[in-house]
Write a protein that binds this ligand. Sequence first.
Ligand SMILES: CC(C)(COP(=O)(O)OP(=O)(O)OC[C@H]1O[C@@H](n2cnc3c(N)ncnc32)[C@H](O)[C@@H]1OP(=O)(O)O)[C@@H](O)C(=O)NCCC(=O)NCCS
Length: 178
Amino acid sequence: MTARAADIGVWRAVGRDLARHYAIRQRVFVLEQRIMEMTDLDAHDRDPNTIHVLAAQGSCAAGTVRLYPLEGELWQGDRLAVLPSHRSSMVGAELVRFAVATAGGLGGAQMLAQIQLPNVRFFERLGWTRAGAAAPYCGLPHQPMVYDLTKAPATTWPGRPDELVLEPLIEVQDLRAG
Ligand SMILES: CC(C)(COP(=O)(O)OP(=O)(O)OC[C@H]1O[C@@H](n2cnc3c(N)ncnc32)[C@H](O)[C@@H]1OP(=O)(O)O)[C@@H](O)C(=O)NCCC(=O)NCCS
């Protein structure tokens, strides 16, 4: 899993892009997966230390991830979400790589994440390892996983495209209807 896609931009979301970041999370975690009711926003979204990340494929907003420091040099990553129409295009892999490169660049030593069981292999292929036993989280079994941030390559990504659109919500409704 080393290929890079030239049309994928990844950057820290602020301002109007933060609203797009929240909208993608809402579509994936609340409307599609239904693992959270009403909203997936929590106190970390109000914490100024939290880094919200947005990815685009071409000019389309495509995915999110969120990261924040815990105690010491420990970081947490969560809210990895790629819109259905942009999956299997390396957007998710680039978001994970961006998250660990960002935390590593800020002096982090390890990043933790709670991973849905069907995605454990995806994270293992990106260099993450299991850390203990799976346990319920948000009503679903999740595998705690860890990444050694000292191994995170200091990569750079194309940033925000000049024009950025968020595709209509119909795609998620179609997915559920189908
Ligand atoms: C999980 C998710 C983020 C993956 O994003 P994605 O953009 O589709 O993944 P990518 O295209 O970057 O995948 C990179 C590689 O991992 C593989 N892969 C993707 N999902 C995988 C999975 N669940 N298990 C194993 N491999 C997977 C891809 O086939 C691809 O392989 P390749 O390099 O051989 O071509 C996306 O499916 C998603 O948003 N799902 C819903 C929300 C979710 O589950 N979030 C994670 C919570 S822990």
